[in-house]
Design a protein around this ligand. Sequence first.
Ligand code: KG4
Ligand code: ZN
Length: 361
Amino acid sequence: MTRVLGIETSCDETAAAVVTLLPDGSGEIRSSVVLSQIGEHAAFGGVVPEIAARAHVEALDGVIEAALLDAGIELSEIDAIAATAGPGLIGGLIVGLTTAKALATVSGKPLLAINHLEGHALTARLTDGLAFPYLLLLVSGGHTQILLVRGVGAYERWATTIDDALGEAFDKTAKLLGLPYPGGPSVEEEARKGDPLRFDFPRPLRGEARPDLSFSGLKTAVRQAATGIQPLTAGDIADICASFQQAVVETLEERVGRSLLRFRDAFPEVAGPSLVVAGGVAANAAIRAKLEEICRQGGFRFVAPPLQLCTDNAVMIAWSGVERLRAGEAANGMDAVPRSRWPLDSAAAPLIGAGKRGAKA
Ligand code: KG4
Ligand code: ZN
């Protein structure tokens, strides 16, 4: 049995967790503590890096203690520590990695530096026992990517946003319409009451051969529609949200559909291919329903881990540590430096703005 303590501080969640690798190869979540800072950032309509870093400093020790306590495990009984080293907000990463190094030093345990995106990418193996390869759609406040997950440490970025992340587009739309932060849930709620056909918003990059995504043109169109109506009634707001969400849903249908076809071509031998979703936007019921539909039509299994494991957490970091140890990797965390940018696929061309906030993934 391998027991790993995971630590996650790359954005606005302070999180720690203990995950155990069982003899049959499956993982068991022994504890998961996630302290969200949403309340501290809400007044600003987005994550403020300085506030986030200070909040991590204040909360992290207690969160780690709680995770060990919940798991009923002492630090001395842990086999390794895994901490997020990037990508994300540098202040939070420094807090998490430094704390992890201190714990590793005093306890004599090995330390693994984990890529936060890898955490998202490998979660479905813990929750659903997925075999490689599979496709991952990561849609959060900081990242919007379609990744081919070939193996531990073997990722290909098939598509990325060339400007805004999808969660960011939801958050900005909400802010523009005076809806509360975080914007995703508010926009979804308004959308339920509105007319998705009233505004004909653009479906950016639709039909183009390049597989990428783009949301800034959509955001601009929403702004123009909103400023063009004075005064904005509750009905107008609901209609804008519904039309915006409809544009997003149809964009994902076409863009993700393209990668499903590509996967089929690349891996004809994979009999039951899977599409996994991760990131906070995966909570959106309309988006989920459309993804389920295109998976059904394309012969894919749609895998959506429980929402608390789709959004930022430390279970995914601990599990990545388990996967890396199992793959025979030496623990190299003591030499690691925090990296605000750290693409999973180092061969992919850096794109301006692709997850540029670097804040959330
Ligand atoms: O994964 P997450 O909790 O944090 C990171 O970004 O790492 O994702 C948060 C993002 C925010 O942009 C939020 O507005 C969006 O996910 N989100 C949603 C919904 N719930 C959260 N977007 C659309 N519909 C939702 N129901
Ligand atoms: Zn994330």
